[in-house]
Design a protein around this ligand. Structure first.
Ligand code: NAP
Length: 246
């Protein structure tokens, strides 16, 4: 990469919610952005379109992150199109809630496959390929620290992601690559809002001293800082972006 070329970022799960806000923000910061999605092709195309209309550079890339070969192909395509990858934002995730007693096998297997194996699949490709000085941002959650009932399987995947974050930071330091995780509190996206009534949402707002839900852009701001020049000395950390909830 020469100094005049923009850095290249893959953002997983960027067709909506936090990932879409991160993709838009990194593109506005000047990065060429790969908008990954699993099934929502139209939504991903709209994110790419909004980036291009704002003067940024982006493409969409379908890949189910739980499929190691599909993730490999996405990195291959990014390298073919743009010469390399500098940033991975490992955002794709699902949240299915149930007590341990009521968690069925499909809930467990799907959550592990996407949140843990999916994160791992992208981390492995990034660990092998990210260019010198690269940045990796994983996604945990502030349920680590709060440990609310019904979040058992979801929280278990995020605890594992935090462990991978700290260890990979030690493995990649010699290449100047930093590895951090962002752990949001409740953010007003489909993942959090779907199926919740007004009273539950109001309680979630009152969990932090600022008295509101996070917005996807609040989290994109944190990712932008970690990816940008001001974040270079932050490494192996879990940044709890939750308005002060925990
Ligand atoms: P969201 O609105 O539900 O969006 C999820 C995104 O992930 C979508 O773009 C979806 O795309 C994609 N996705 C799902 N499964 C995928 C797969 N197998 N492969 C590739 N992409 C996949 O979720 P969000 O609230 O933005 O959450 C983003 C991340 O933040 C997650 O890791 C979540 O655990 C974490 N988080 C969220 C909150 C919150 O309150 N919202 C709090 C803490 C942590 P398709 O539709 O194409 O599948």
């Amino acid at each position: 990469m020469t100094g005049s070329e923009s850095r290249v970022a893959i953002v997983t799960g960027a067709s909506r919610g936090i990932g879409a806000a991160v993709a838009r923000r990194l593109a506005a910061d000047g990065l060429t952005t790969i908008v990954n999605y699993a099934g929502s092709a139209d939504a991903a195309a709209k994110v790419v379109d909004s980036i291009e209309r704002a003067g940024g550079r982006a493409i969409s890339a379908q890949a189910d992150v739980s499929d190691a070969q599909a993730v490999k192909r996405m990195f291959d395509a990014a390298e073919d199109a743009f010469g390399g990858v500098d940033v991975l934002v490992n955002n794709a995730g699902i949240m299915r809630l149930a007590t341990v007693a009521e968690s069925h096998d499909a809930l467990f297997d799907q959550t592990i496959a996407i949140n843990l194996k999916g994160t791992f699949n992208s981390l492995r490709e990034a660990a092998r390929r990210l260019r010198q000085g690269g940045r990796i941002i994983n996604f945990s959650s502030s349920v680590i620290g709060l440990y609310p009932p019904t979040y058992g399987v979801y929280a278990a995947t995020k605890a594992a992601v935090e462990a991978l974050t700290r260890i990979l930071a030690k493995e990649l330091g010699s290449r100047g690559v930093t590895v951090n995780a962002v752990a949001p509190g409740p953010v007003a996206t489909e993942l959090f809002l779907a199926g919740r009534d007004d009273a539950t949402i109001e309680r979630a707002k009152q969990m932090n001293p600022l008295g509101r839900l996070g917005e996807a852009e609040d989290i994109a701001n944190v990712v932008s800082m970690l990816v940008g020049p001001d974040g270079g000395w932050i490494n192996g950390q879990i940044v709890r972006a939750n308005g002060g909830a925990v």
